[in-house]
Design a protein around this ligand. Sequence first.
Ligand code: SF4
Length: 283
Amino acid sequence: MGSVTIDYTDKSISKMSKHKYFFSYSQLSTFKSCRELYKIVYINGIRKNHESIEAFMGNCVHATFEWLYQKENLLKPYLTFDSICQKYDDIWVKLWHDTIFIADTRLGVDYYYSMGKRCLSNYYFKYGPTFDEHVMGTEIETQFELEEGIGFRGVIDRLDQPKPGKYYIHDYKTGKHPLTINSAKNNLQLVIYHISIMENYSDVVDITLNWHFLRQGIEVSVVHSNEEILMFRKKLRKQVMQIRELSEDLGNFYPKESILCNWCYYWDECSVKSGPNPVRRAK
Ligand code: SF4
């Protein structure tokens, strides 16, 4: 089960310079999973550093890949798996904090630490030791204007450009459940990145969306036609309009209890919970 994901760098609801409002995939997805959580985070602006061990492990793996594709590493003829593991360990220790929680009572910190290693190992087996992808950048902050007054933004894990006009958008996932090809085709997260690249680079010929499901060592790739992108733009607009209309009456932001509540750290603020989430703190 995935955790409730909040993008803490996201100031989506705040007024920005050019656009009136910015939205993000994480915002749309929170709205869908629980409107009360949406209200707490994006309307009331309450942000906590609490995170699940799954999210923490995912962040450590992402940070390791960011290091792996730094310029000085790309200049090296190869990287050993040991050096990557060493970096992962350093990042794990450096980023560790005391508000990390484990929802599954059967599992300990070691399990998630090892799962992160498995993600790295699966990737290394496929792309190492040379890592000669045509990387333009990692953790790229991007945005675009959907229409007057409405912007979208996000952070692309990695962008490659194997030849002029051809782009690959990569997204690393460390969760339990890989997307099927059909769900990937309908996934809005990478569509938002796709539109950002189309809007921000003048030479785009085609864009491939690439998910790396690292635990399973599976990759899923999707290419969207211009017609599909047009349809997705309409879909994004519809979702944004719905949120904006409902925002006029905060009574619309009711709680939706589900298994995801176990990964939500806003129980104190939630109208249907009493006291903090009783989940175990990771040690
Ligand atoms: S505890 Fe559950 S119902 Fe309450 S805000 Fe969080 S996700 Fe929503």
